[in-house]
Design a protein around this ligand. Structure first.
Ligand SMILES: [Zn+2]
Length: 246
């Protein structure tokens, strides 16, 4: 359509200031000085090492997303809702990182960073004049689809193979989950995909076998089971409430 930068000029100047302030506020809140020790499930040394390593990597993703948000071309079709979703996801990723106690939580950070990155990337792609768009004059969707990371393990990356039907061991109902290419190939070959495991009641189990009231990730399948973004439930306090049940 006729959507475009023309009508958005009014908030071209103040929005970057607002974004800068919001990112800054989240950053300051996330670094209050001394971090209080969270009670932890007993881990083996190897699990502890994997957690520390992945936590450090997850912590690096946050400022990367903050920078992307601060530099985003906001005066674009769909710019404002996209920016809100990105900021929501950024805040939620910070909350989850601060309260992270296992790999499932860190996978949540990865999923939320993807959720925040997608609307910014979409805005950037929309800003770039492409030959295809000039030829076809396709309108840019104002609400790009929330990207899903692989249901079985968000560390696998985005669910590029799309949705597949899958039955959880010992359950009757068939679920629709979004998966990466590797997990799709495993399912096609009737092998069990490499699921993200967590320690629950002393045993390593796939994260989705934890009772949903004790894990936002089991409850949502990182977005696969709810079909919606993860930031709103985290920002409503669902992540903290579930962690308190563990
Ligand atoms: Zn996968």
């Amino acid at each position: 359509g006729q959507a475009g930068a023309g009508g958005s000029v009014n908030w071209l100047v103040p929005l970057p200031l607002f974004v800068g302030a919001a990112v800054g506020a989240v950053y300051v809140r996330r670094h209050p000085g001394e971090r209080r020790a969270e009670p932890r499930t007993v881990f083996t040394t190897a699990e502890e090492a994997a957690f520390v390593r992945k936590r450090a990597r997850a912590a690096e993703l946050l400022p990367e997303l903050g920078l992307l948000i601060a530099e985003a071309p906001v005066a674009l079709p769909g710019g404002t809702p996209g920016m809100e979703r990105a900021l929501d996801a950024y805040a939620a990723a910070g909350t989850v990182l601060d309260g992270a106690r296992d790999l499932a939580d860190l996978a949540g950070v990865v999923a939320l960073v993807e959720e925040g990155t997608a609307p910014i990337r979409a805005a950037m792609n929309a800003a770039r004049p492409s030959r295809r768009r000039l030829l076809w004059r396709r309108s840019v969707p104002a609400q790009p689809h929330t990207p899903l990371t692989c249901f079985f393990n968000p560390f696998h990356g985005l669910a590029t193979a799309g949705e597949v039907s899958w039955r959880m061991l010992g359950r009757r109902d068939l679920l629709t989950v979004a998966v990466c290419a590797e997990c799709a190939a495993a399912l096609a070959a009737r092998r069990t995909p490499q699921s993200l495991t967590v320690r629950h009641e002393g045993r390593l189990v796939p994260y989705y076998e934890v009772p949903p009231e004790q894990s936002l990730w089991a409850a949502t399948g990182y977005g696969s089971l709810t079909g919606g973004p993860l930031a709103p439930p985290v920002n409503r306090g669902d992540f903290r409430r579930a962690a308190e049940q563990r």
